[in-house]
Design a protein around this ligand. Structure first.
Ligand code: XMP
Length: 510
């Protein structure tokens, strides 16, 4: 499979370069700029992209090009700081900037490989201090702006292309064409399709696993379910997928997930542990305490099941996890925008159970997981579900958690979520949920007075779940949902809609 190595010189946009390449169906990985040529070559790259970065090439600790990179004959796209490094390396002149040029500029006289076929105005996002003052030998000027006479240059013979602006950000609307032109000029195959991803991951899994067995925890969410389907495709009956039903799931959720996975052949063991979880949660109303109890019980049930399996089936060598690429970049100390806040409900492994980790999604972004979910046959409504917290409805039942309260909440949630789907509003929101509050209030129903629960509905729009805004759902829609809830659930007589953004609120109430 074709790959492109993005060398990270510290730009906050590095990760976006990889995102854009993946959108263009080319596989790419980020490596630190301190990587050796051997480490770069190990990725079998068809080309290298040098990212931007916050340093000046004149700083004492300015990061340098990897030794031997320019002699390797690998085609290069150099962005911002990368361009200045290239200019320096080929004896051009780099002017140290005293102020940073930051913001939108318009390119003039653009031409050459990267701009082929691009018509009209070209708005380019700039963020740099230094700039190239004199072209290095062999390079041709390919674009200017009013502030930066050398805004792009290329040496087509050596296949080195340089741009001062950032093609990867949305503020450069035609930037994606620049990246595409780079790929096209080099004849790079755009073969990172869901079909190929599945094929290539399956091959890697088979090689790593051999004849061994693999354990996987299914939470019902998209990542673990997709991983179940992928592992099933790759190693079939060597997979043991364990789905712990903690009794805190949504209406029919366990059945739906079970049907989808077993229907596609996954070797799934469903453990009904709801009684155990409920009794451990009895009388507990502190949210952090709830989380701790659920985490602890989960580990006990899951690894208890693993131990039983080991006894019956022999050794299980691997534990599969749905770690995604953003987690990998993050933990490697990479840069870029924040990803989904992860609340780890599952602590460390018990000492007497030793597994090797299998993390087939380490190279994937979340939306790529969704794409391969379809490829693997997951029904669309499961694939496109909103995130759902590990501790489930326990943190949406404010106060104590009982089977009766959970049942009320499950019905409310189902009415709300089904209506969002019915009115085509589900995919307009990033997450929607219902909360059962401990408030009871007076109402009238027919001729009688009621004294029943208040539920809150919440729907938010969000990119990364770190910040969120409340969804402006149509009033008519909210009215319909409110009527349906109060008319069909006698335990509820009041519905409120949460109009708090995050911050200061959080998405969940607990
Ligand atoms: P908050 O409430 O912090 O939620 O704004 C941000 C995102 O994280 C989810 N969330 C959790 N996920 N375990 C999880 O697996 C948890 O304890 C937990 N708490 C919040 C929340 O649903 C939202 O998507």
């Amino acid at each position: 499979m074709t790959s492109i190595v993005v060398l990270d010189f510290g730009s906050q946009f590095t990760r976006l370069i990889t995102r854009r390449l993946r959108e263009l169906r080319v596989y790419s990985v980020i490596l630190p700029s301190s990587s050796s040529l051997a480490e770069i070559m190990a990725q079998q790259p068809a080309a290298v992209i040098l990212s931007g970065g916050p340093k000046s090439v004149y700083d004492l600790d300015a990061p340098q090009l990897p030794q031997g990179l320019l002699e390797s004959d690998l085609p290069i796209l150099a962005i911002c700081y990368g361009m200045q490094l290239i200019a320096q390396a080929f004896h051009g002149e780099v002017k140290a900037g005293t102020v940073r040029e930051y913001g939108k500029s318009v390119l003039s006289n653009f031409s050459g490989t990267l701009f082929s076929g691009i018509a009209g105005d070209f708005v380019a996002w700039m963020s740099h201090g230094d700039s190239v003052k004199a072209l290095p030998e062999g390079f041709k000027l390919t674009a200017s702006t009013s502030d930066t006479p050398i805004a792009a240059m290329e040496d087509a013979k050596r296949k080195i292309y340089c741009i001062q602006f950032h093609p990867e950000v949305n503020h450069t609307p035609k930037g994606i064409h620049v990246l595409e032109n780079f790929l096209l000029a080099l004849g790079i195959a755009m073969d990172w399709t869901p079909e190929h991803i599945v094929e290539s991951l399956s091959r890697d899994i088979k090689t790593q696993v051999g004849n061994e067995r693999v354990l996987l925890g299914i939470s019902g969410g998209v990542d673990s379910s997709t991983l179940g389907l992928l592992l099933n495709r790759a190693i079939g009956k060597q997979l043991f997928a364990v789905f712990v039903d903690h009794g805190l799931l949504r209406l029919n959720e366990r059945d739906e997930v079970e049907k989808a996975l077993t229907g596609l052949g996954v070797n799934l063991i469903v453990v009904d542990a709801s009684k155990r979880f409920l009794s451990a949660l009895e009388g507990v109303s502190d949210p952090e305490e709830k989380r701790k109890i659920i985490g602890r019980e989960f580990i006990e049930v899951f690894y208890g099941e693993a131990a039983k399996l080991q006894e019956k089936q022999g050794e299980i060598k691997f534990l599969a996890q749905g770690t995604l690429y953003p987690d990998v970049i993050e933990s490697a100390g990479g840069h870029g925008t924040a990803n989904i806040k992860s609340h780890h409900n599952v602590g460390g492994l018990p000492k007497d159970l030793k597994f090797e980790l299998l993390e087939p999604f380490r190279t994937l972004f979340k939306d790529e997981v969704r794409e391969i979910a379809s490829e693997l046959g997951m029904p669309k409504h499961l694939r496109d579900r909103h995130p759902f917290p590990g501790p489930g409805l326990a943190i949406r039942c404010i106060g104590t958690v009982t089977k009766e309260r959970l049942d009320v909440l499950r019905r409310v949630d189902d009415i709300f979520i089904s209506a969002l789907r019915e009115f085509d509003l589900y995919s307009e929101t990033a997450q929607a949920l219902a909360v059962l509050t401990p408030i009871r209030s007076v109402g009238v129903m027919g001729d009688g007075r009621t004294y029943a629960n208040t539920v809150a509905l919440r729907a938010v729009s969000s990119q990364d779940y770190m910040t969120a805004d409340w969804s402006r759902l149509p009033h008519e829609f909210l009215a319909t949902v409110s009527n349906r809830i109060v008319n069909s659930i006698p335990e509820v007589n009041r519905v409120v809609y949460d109009i708090t953004s995050k911050p200061p609120g959080t998405i969940e109430w607990e």
